[in-house]
Design a protein around this ligand. Sequence first.
Ligand code: SF4
Length: 413
Amino acid sequence: MSLGWFISAAPLSMSLLVFDSDFTYLLGFMTVKQLYTYLCNNYVVVVMGLRNVCESPDFVRVSTAADIVLGYSSGKFYRNAFPFCINLLLHFSDGCKSNCLYCGQARGVTSAPICRSLIRVEWPLRELGDVIERLNGFIRSGCSLRPYRVCVASITNPRAVEAEVEVIRRVFRGVGIPTSALITPTLFREEDMRDLREAGAERLGIAIDCASERIFEALRGRGAGGTHLWGRYLQGIEEGVEVMGRGRVGIHLIVGLGETEEEAVKLIQLAHDLGAETHLFSFYPEDGSYLSGWVRPPVGQYRRVQMARYLINTGLSRYEWMKFNGVGQVTHYGVSEGVLEEVVESGLPFITSGCPGCNRPYANERPTERPRNYPYIPRGREIQRIRRELMTYTPPQNNYQLLLQYLNLNLAS
Ligand code: SF4
């Protein structure tokens, strides 16, 4: 009998004496449930026959940073950039059904239905009840340096809607701190958004990721063998704002997927006019994804989009007032020099944009690198450097035509 079939058949609470594969190292006593999570967290291989015992809503994946905060694993945060948001991800044994070409969870690239990494970090599987208990302990400790938000991210799976609502309900009932639901409008309809709100979500995140329809089509839509539709995402943003209210929906936008700066700014304005803010990410190639060999955006490109986002979301400027050069780079932000200087000096455009409390440290770069999204307010020398970066214009190496060439080469092989 294989290990998988044994786990499928055995009672979850049954205790086992577990050895390593050579029977030389005693791993200790574990229940069947603990053995399953151990396997999920340590091996990508899925044993045939495992039943869906450790899936959402009872189990969730926890980002590495949150895993450290909750005391499951050890680690330090560079410059003490403590994460104020606990990021959770739904988990199903049959994985994500979509095929976004920049994502390590895409159906076509995961070596197994259970994928352990997303935005380049591991997401260990944990029991939701235990996560809530640890979080509660932290909150009751009276420490001010503690999580202030929980974010529950969905994947594209037919069971995701029900599980997302249930995880949000348990988290909100159990912990009572602000909770965000990061969803895909491909699965979540307006009534589902209402259910999320009733369950306790006070904000919605919609990861549209791509700045324009042509990029979306190539990387997430039919061009990529995916399930997502650009039109449905735009409709989903409107529905989200209708359900949650203006300013309580954020779109995730990844800079550097082949769009021009102008396309990114145009989408930020569109979302703002619909009542949603934009939360920015800088593309970083994920190992094992189709886009693992695609270039990172130059920091100048990212800084200019950050600047434009801040000015639009704070109502200081609009896309129509800005100017762009022949390759779509921002050359004028539609505000006076004085206002621009004041805004740069404040450092605010360059800190992480997100739901209140979500500082996502190092989601865009290695911890040893200078942050693209600062998890604190940059000052002094950092501002001087940002000023230089804003003025650095390099010929784009990551435009739409080059993206199509890259995809033709890499999808064919
Ligand atoms: S900004 Fe942060 S908390 Fe808000 S939806 Fe995105 S990841 Fe979640």
